[in-house]
Design a protein around this ligand. Sequence first.
Ligand code: ATP
Ligand code: MG
Length: 235
Amino acid sequence: MDPSDPARELLLDARGVGRSFPGRGRAPDTAALADVDLAVRRGELLALAGPSGSGKTTLLHLLATIDTPTRGEVRLLGEPVAGLTRAARARLRLRHVGLVFAEHNLSPALTAAENVDLPLALRRFSTEERARRTRDALARLGVDALAERRPDELSSGEQQRVALARAIAGDPALLVADEPTVHLDSEAARGLLDLLAELVAERDLAAIVATHDEQLLGRASRVVRLRDGRIEGTS
Ligand SMILES: Nc1ncnc2c1ncn2[C@@H]1O[C@H](COP(=O)(O)OP(=O)(O)OP(=O)(O)O)[C@@H](O)[C@H]1O
Ligand SMILES: [Mg+2]
C-alpha cells in the first residue's frame, strides 16, 4: 500500500515548526529549525537526511515530543503537544513512541531483558504481560539468547537490536531513531535496517530515522533533506 495514501492514519502533523535556542550571555539565538511542515502516516519509513548541524536531531526531538517547538505546532495522534504538561508529554511518549539513539541507549547496570522491561514496568503492565512482551521483542530482534547479558557484554550491533526490542515492546505507533547505525559496520547496519523495515510493515507503524547511511536512504519510503534548519527537498 502507498504510505502517502491519505486513508492511512495520520500519526504526526508538524506545521510551521521552528526551534530556536537562546544564546548564552550576549550570544545571539541559534535558529536550529524554521518553517518545517511534515505529515507522517502509518506504514512509512521516513529518513531525515542533511549535513551535520542541519537540524535532524532537533526535529526528531520535536517529533518524538522530547522537546517542544518555539514556533508552530506538532500534533501526535491528533493531540497538540504544546498544550500538554511535561508529565503528560512523557506519558504520551511512553505509550506511543519508541526511541533508539546512536549510543548509550541502554542502562549499563541492567541486563538486556531488564532494559526492555523498564518502560513496560513504567506503564504498569502486569508481571506476566511484561515478561511476555520482553520475551517476544527480544526474540523478534534475534537477541533472546542474550537476555541476561549487560550492555558491556554485547557488541554494538547487539546493543542496537536490544534497543530496538525495547522500542517496540510497548507496541508504539511511532519509532524514532537518531543515527541508529552510525557505530555499526555495514553488515550489522544492514541487519538492523532489515529488521526496522520489516517491523514497520508487520506492525503498521511509522519510523522516522535521522541518518547519513546511504543504505538506509535507499530503503526509505520517503527521504526528507534538511539544510540550515529548513526542508530543502523531499524524494
Ligand atoms: N541545546 C542546544 N542549544 C543551542 N544550540 C543547539 C542545541 N541543540 C542543537 N543546537 C544547534 O542547532 C543546530 C542543529 O543541530 P542538530 O543537532 O539538530 O543537527 P544535526 O542535523 O542532528 O547534526 P548531526 O548530523 O551532526 O547530528 C546546530 O547549529 C546546533 O549547534
Ligand atoms: Mg544529530
